[in-house]
Design a protein around this ligand. Structure first.
Ligand SMILES: Cc1ncc(C[n+]2csc(CCOP(=O)(O)OP(=O)(O)O)c2C)c(N)n1
Ligand code: SF4
Length: 249
């Protein structure tokens, strides 16, 4: 009999992802599922799904999930955690969801120091709706609503959410990561575990900004998209820990 070297985590349901090839939403889903399983949290977690390409996240993560309307994930996470302080609560949002329509929600959740884990997928574009410009779109990056590329004179500069939220007093832990390589995947997993542990310890607001690919709306192959994150996206969005233990770093 062949030795089994890899198996689907119990943290994911036995369902095929609907994501495009090379999209890192699926990798982050798997990491969340693995961490929930490894920490024994599958029976005591509430996840809050976004609107965006991850709208069907409740079909994949093997725990209780609530669907929030576009941008309102932090408000729903606040209610879920306050009403169920013994549960682990995580919210999951894209950049259109968190940094555009939901900007006020995340800023106020951070200012209140809500003790939940906020997972922010920054792929620099509105994936689901056809590649419109997001607040995070890079200078010069083309989108369907800025076909000649983002022009700072017209569209302003990209919003750096990890840096912006780090100046608030209440957030306990904020880090930016990129699961574009095996090392990056391992780091992202360790950060998810650390954030969940901080939440269990009652420390307060944790946000992980995770740089992800959208090969479809970027017009790239999966490999080109991974290289693009490493070579280009990270210049605007440097990786690192911005707050830990409540201290700004
Ligand atoms: C109230 C409301 N406004 C607009 C939309 C349309 N809409 C759906 S997803 C989306 C943006 C998704 O982009 P992002 O959050 O970056 O996630 P991605 O699809 O890239 O993962 C928008 C504008 C909506 N569903 N509801
Ligand atoms: S459109 Fe982009 S974000 Fe959406 S599933 Fe495809 S690659 Fe992922």
């Amino acid at each position: 009999m062949m030795k089994q070297v890899f198996k689907r985590t119990e943290g994911l349901k036995d369902k095929e992802f609907h994501y495009c090839g090379g999209c890192l939403h699926s990798v982050v889903h798997r990491l969340i599922g693995e961490v929930l399983e490894e920490m024994g949290l599958l029976d005591c977690t509430i996840g809050i799904c976004p609107v965006g390409c991850a709208v069907f996240m409740y079909d994949y993560i093997n725990t209780d999930m609530i669907e929030a309307s576009h941008g309102r994930t932090p408000a729903v996470a606040t209610a879920a955690k306050r009403c169920n302080p013994d549960k682990l609560v995580f919210a999951y949002q894209g950049d259109g969801d968190l940094a555009s329509i939901g900007m006020a929600e995340i800023v106020h959740a951070a200012a209140r120091g809500e003790n939940a884990t906020f997972i922010f997928i920054n792929n620099g574009i509105y994936g689901m709706t056809g590649g419109q410009m997001a607040p995070t779109t890079l200078v010069g990056q083309k989108a369907t609503t800025c076909q000649f590329g983002r022009d700072p004179k017209v569209h302003g500069m990209p919003m750096k959410m990890a840096e912006m939220l780090s100046v608030l007093d209440k957030p306990y832990y904020i880090e930016r990561l990129a699961p574009t390589s095996p090392a990056g995947v391992n780091k992202t997993k360790a950060a998810i575990k650390k954030a969940f542990q901080y939440q269990l310890d009652g420390k307060g607001f944790q946000l992980l900004e995770i740089l992800c690919t959208c090969p479809t709306q970027w017009g790239m192959t999966p490999v080109q998209a991974l290289n693009h994150v490493d070579e280009v996206v990270k210049q605007t969005y440097p990786l690192g820990v911005f707050k830990d233990g409540g201290e700004k770093l």
